[in-house]
Write a protein that binds this ligand. Structure first.
Ligand SMILES: *[C@@H]1O[C@H](CO)[C@@H](O)[C@H](O)[C@H]1NC(C)=O
Ligand SMILES: *[C@@H]1O[C@H](CO)[C@@H](O)[C@H](O)[C@H]1NC(C)=O
Ligand SMILES: *[C@@H]1O[C@H](CO)[C@@H](O)[C@H](O)[C@H]1NC(C)=O
Ligand SMILES: *[C@@H]1O[C@H](CO)[C@@H](O)[C@H](O)[C@H]1NC(C)=O
Ligand SMILES: *[C@@H]1O[C@H](CO)[C@@H](O)[C@H](O)[C@H]1NC(C)=O
Length: 504
């Protein structure tokens, strides 16, 4: 470039143009690499502050082109818009990741994220021949459309609580936040290294006789009593492996995800989520390792996935609507669960959940709806259709007396459970519990429960022919096996116009 000293402006302009062009994919990864090798002063927030407009690449040279007010994808100062968006690959190794299983590659991942986030249809590649360790990171948007986080190798957090950086959040590890249109996929593995967390002394299986509801961690954690009356609050915090927060149009597909310290996936505050072809695996005795937890999230599809773990296969919390679960295989674990809902007299609303073509094996529960005494709101429009059970305790259970320590008082309100259908639910139960168990509230009975072609037989041992059934209204379209006699016709008067039960 040697422009004369009198024309200082030209080289600078060229530099600006070059920097703007770099992310547009006409250049090889190495070209970008040179730029990104430059350390970015800490950048600890994992791109937290960065808009999609290339702030990372060129912050000194390019004006902040993509401010909050700009619709995503439009960069007015950018002179070249590629005719057809091709995918640009941002290999984490090009940003300095080592992938030898021990090096801390966090900064490289954050840099790759910042660069990819600024480019349309970018792919962050975690290559198949590496094992990459990163610490707790929030990958924040907004980003340019079409972003793909492709894990073909192994991605994992530090090995257990002793290796967790003290300043890192102990409740979450990978967090994707404030994104629209992210795909997380790949042929690789997210390895949770959870064992050290499961073995913390405060964990449920370590504490004598404490029930292992999946809310344990969320609800009662703060009051877990240690052996000598001490409070074991802090040490019990364990990270959710992958959390999606306040995001939409998400796709998660193809990955193996295993040995999470706590929940494997958690979606909260999201909408339009598709999960497809996942394999989630943790040991049956790993505490609180729910497979996929959904909460305050709408329009969720969970398809073609295998989940075996130590807690709920899929758990659905309040604020979840339009959830479609198909071709999912669960077990061992605690089955598919709606709830628990209404804890601490809260309002809870879940509506329009379908579970179709599911297989549940060797599980503590099959299809469960659980609510606390004293809640408000409703669970409605739940369809269980074509579910095969094998050696499952409590194959079909509605429990409106959910309680972790057996000391809960009955209260005068409850989350209303209504419009629940069980169709073509067949298979075998573990005889240690009644295969059908409807324990509904005295004041807010369950209503419009329909059952057709429910046929459950003992996996081994004697028939349990006294299903538990209390305060439930509904209809048997075909006689169930084992037979239940308690479903009552019509609607109880107590429910008419009760404003506490209303949802959206
Ligand atoms: C509980 O108290 C006993 C006896 O005082 C003591 O030996 C033990 O170390 C204490 N355990 C904990 C976890 O503090
Ligand atoms: C229920 O959810 C499905 C998606 O799972 C959606 O297609 C359907 O329109 C919803 N039904 C209602 C009544 O909202
Ligand atoms: C469920 O599995 C069947 C059989 O493999 C397949 O045809 C169908 O497309 C799957 N459903 C979904 C929603 O992927
Ligand atoms: C709560 O109500 C149920 C159903 O009426 C009853 O079986 C149970 O004993 C009650 N529990 C308490 C703690 O009062
Ligand atoms: C009962 O629930 C089913 C869904 O399981 C629904 O289609 C039907 O409309 C409900 N009936 C009434 C009377 O609300």
């Amino acid at each position: 470039m040697g422009g004369g000293p009198s024309r200082l402006g030209l080289p600078r302009l060229l530099m600006v143009v070059a920097l703007v062009l770099l992310p547009l994919c006409g250049f090889g990864v190495h070209g970008r690499n040179h730029i990104h090798k430059k350390p970015h002063g800490g950048g600890g927030g994992g791109g937290r502050q960065h808009r999609g407009g290339g702030t990372v690449v060129s912050s000194p040279a390019v004006p902040p082109a993509d401010e909050q007010t700009q619709p995503p994808g439009i960069v007015p100062s950018d002179p070249v818009i590629p005719a057809q968006p091709e995918q640009c690959v941002f290999d984490v190794r090009a940003f300095g990741a080592v992938g030898d299983g021990t090096t801390d590659d966090t900064e490289a991942f954050r840099a790759a994220w910042r660069a990819a986030c600024a480019v349309e249809s970018a792919v962050i590649s975690v290559p198949s021949d590496g094992t990459f360790t990163i610490t707790t990171t929030t990958f924040t948007g907004p980003c340019k459309p079409g972003l793909v986080f492709q894990v073909d190798g192994v991605l994992m957090p530090p090995d257990g609580p002793d290796c967790w950086p003290p300043s890192d959040n102990r409740r979450q590890w990978l967090v994707f936040s404030n994104l629209d249109g992210l795909t997380l996929r790949g042929a690789g593995t997210i390895e949770g290294n959870g064992e050290g967390w499961w073995n913390l002394p405060c964990k449920p299986h370590r504490l004598a006789r404490l029930n292992t509801g999946s809310e344990f961690a969320l609800v009662t954690l703060n009051s877990v009593q240690g052996p000598n009356g001490s409070t074991l609050r802090g040490p019990c915090d364990s990270p959710t492996l992958v959390r999606f927060f306040m995001s939409r149009n998400l796709v998660v597909e193809g990955l193996r995800v295993e040995n999470s310290p706590e929940f494997h996936f958690r979606f909260d505050g999201c909408s339009d989520v598709r999960v497809d072809g996942l394999s989630i695996r943790s040991p049956a005795n790993s505490p609180n390792t729910d497979g996929i937890h959904v909460e305050n999230t709408q329009r969720v599809a969970i398809y073609n996935s295998m989940i075996s773990n130590g807690d709920d296969c899929i758990s659905i919390g309040t604020g979840s609507y339009d959830v479609d679960i198909q071709n999912v295989s669960c077990g061992p674990g605690h089955g598919i669960s709606i709830g628990s809902l209404g804890v601490h007299n809260s309002q809870a609303c879940v509506a329009n959940v379908t579970v179709r073509n599911a297989v549940i094996r060797n599980s503590d529960n099959g299809l469960r709806i659980k609510t606390w005494q004293g809640g408000m709101g409703s669970v409605s429009g739940i369809n269980f259709d074509t579910v095969s059970m094998e050696n499952v305790r409590n194959c079909i259970i509605i429990d409106q007396y959910y309680c972790l320590d057996k000391r809960c008082m009955n209260q005068s309100t409850a989350v209303h459970v209504t419009d629940v259908s069980y169709a073509n639910v067949r298979g075998s139960y573990d005889v240690r519990a009644a295969p059908i168990h409807f324990a509904c509230s005295d004041t807010v009975p369950c209503t419009n429960i329909t059952m057709s072609e429910v046929e459950l037989l003992p996996f081994s041992g004697e028939l349990v022919d006294d299903p538990f059934c209390w305060s439930a209204y509904g209809l048997q379209q075909t006689p169930t096996i084992p037979p239940i006699y308690c479903l009552q016709d019509g609607l109880p008067d107590s429910l008419l116009d009760n404003p506490d039960l209303r949802c959206r």
